[in-house]
Design a protein around this ligand. Structure first.
Ligand SMILES: N[C@@H](CCC(=O)N[C@@H](CS)C(=O)NCC(=O)O)C(=O)O
Length: 225
């Protein structure tokens, strides 16, 4: 009953992190396989795994191949309905699913201006209006979920929606983005989670820094709690 998961470099691959976290946090057996985004063998590795052109890719124990983080999470929520992957209350469950869909399809300005980078943080990043608009949406949706649940995660315990927004929290910390106090507290909780700590430790041990993710800004140590 073991899954296989193909992922890219841990310091940089935000979608890989989204696919990996649910297995680790919810104790779902998985064998992790590594490839290198920007590496010469990347597309061959993905194709050999049964994927298309991106990571993460999951092979289920019965042989289905899931080629998108959204289908991976969707499948896991169906396959493990009793592990708290989604909130129990139907209204909160619906809101969590909506937040996951918004992340999958949106936050384009934030994603392109602030690539996920766990190797370093950057000093003096100035968000433009489009990034500020994304941050305002985050303040609103995180703020209302945290106010209703009481935290520490969006709907109380760590679930799929937290996994999906973990790279956003890494961006908020790494670019010192202006967010509401409640969101800053949630970012600290995310970065303190043992699975996130493990992901970064494994990334630092594994990766060479990728120049593709360099910013024209002074570096500062990544503010890991
Ligand atoms: N919609 C996809 C996006 C996956 C994605 O863009 N992954 C990046 C790595 S973070 C990738 O594989 N990039 C390689 C490429 O696009 O050539 C998902 O949710 O899984």
């Amino acid at each position: 009953m073991t899954y296989d998961l193909l992922i890219g470099q841990r310091l940089y691959s935000s979608w890989s992190l989204r696919g990996w976290l649910p297995f680790i946090v919810h104790d779902i057996p998985v064998t992790v396989h590594d490839t290198l985004i920007y590496g010469d063998a990347f597309y061959d590795d993905v194709a050999a795994f049964g994927g298309t052109t991106t990571v993460p890719v999951v092979k289920t124990p019965d042989g289905a191949v899931l080629t998108d983080s959204l289908s991976i999470l969707w499948h896991l929520a169906e396959a493990f309905p009793d592990r708290g992957l989604l909130p129990d209350a139907p209204r909160h469950r619906a809101t969590a699913l909506n937040m996951i869909a918004q992340m999958h399809a949106g936050f384009v300005a934030l994603r392109s201006a602030c690539p996920m980078n766990l190797a370093t943080a950057w000093d003096g990043f100035v968000p433009d209006n489009a990034v500020r608009a994304d941050l305002a949406k985050i303040d609103a949706s995180f703020g209302s979920a945290l106010a209703a649940s009481g935290g520490p995660y969006l709907f109380g315990d760590y679930g799929l929606v937290d996994a999906y927004y973990a790279p956003v929290c890494i961006r908020i910390a790494g670019y010192n983005l202006p967010v509401a106090d409640a969101v800053r507290g949630y970012v600290a909780a995310q970065l303190s989670h043992p699975a996130i700590q493990r992901w970064r430790t494994e990334g630092l041990a594994q990766d060479k820094e990728l120049s593709q993710y360099d910013m024209d800004l002074p570096r500062t140590p990544f503010p890991m709690p």
